[in-house]
Ligand binder design. Structure first.
Ligand code: ZN
Length: 166
C-alpha cells in the first residue's frame, strides 16, 4: 500500500504511530522509541483522553510535552476499589504478602489488577485502583507516522495489521 503523502498530521480517523516517554513522580515508568511506537486510531478513545486531545494537528516528526491530570488519565483514587478478599478466594498458589501485585478476574472474567495492602487472618485487603490512578502523567511524545484508516478499522474503532489487533 502506498504511503499517504498528503497525510502529514494527526487528525481524527487517522492511524497514528507514537513514540513516547512517560514520567510519573519524576520517574520514567514507560518508554517506546520509534521502532516500538504505539499504533492507534485517533479520535476513538484508544488511548487516554487527556493525551489524545493534545495530539490533534501534530505533524509527523513533531515532539511535544504533554501533562495529563488524573481526570484526563486513569481517574482519581477510588476508596470503593479497595476490597477485602477472602483468603479462600485468593488465587491458588499465590502467597499473599503486602505489596504483591497480581492479576485477578472480575465477575465478567475480565482481568483486573490488584495490589495487596494488608494480609489478615481470613482476608486480604486488595487495592484494585489502576496503579496510575490519582497521578499526574508527564508524556514526552513524538509522532512517528500517520496514515488514513481503512473502512474496516473505522467501523471497528481500532487498528488492524502491524501494531494493531483484531
Ligand atoms: Zn477489528
Amino acid at each position: 500500500m502506498a504511503a499517504d503523502s498528503n497525510i502529514d498530521s494527526v487528525a481524527n480517523n487517522r492511524v497514528v504511530a507514537l513514540a513516547y516517554k512517560l514520567t510519573v513522580d519524576g520517574e520514567v515508568i514507560d518508554e517506546a522509541d520509534d521502532k516500538d511506537a504505539i499504533v492507534f486510531l485517533q479520535g476513538h478513545k484508544n488511548i487516554i483522553p487527556g493525551l489524545e486531545s493534545e495530539l490533534n494537528g501534530m505533524k509527523i516528526g513533531e515532539t511535544k510535552q504533554v501533562t495529563v491530570s488524573p481526570e484526563g488519565g486513569y481517574g482519581e483514587v477510588d476508596e470503593d476499589q479497595v476490597e477485602e478478599v477472602d483468603l479462600e478466594d485468593f488465587p491458588e498458589g499465590v502467597e499473599p504478602e503486602v505489596g504483591l501485585e497480581l492479576q485477578m478476574a472480575d465477575e465478567h472474567g475480565h482481568p483486573v489488577y490488584g495490589k495487596v495492602l494488608e494480609v489478615g487472618e481470613d482476608s486480604v485487603t486488595v487495592d484494585f485502583n489502576h496503579p496510575l490512578a490519582g497521578k499526574e502523567l508527564n508524556f514526552e511524545v513524538k509522532v512517528v507516522s500517520v496514515r488514513n484508516a481503512t473502512p474496516d478499522e473505522l467501523s471497528h474503532g481500532h487498528v488492524h495489521g502491524p501494531g494493531g489487533h483484531h
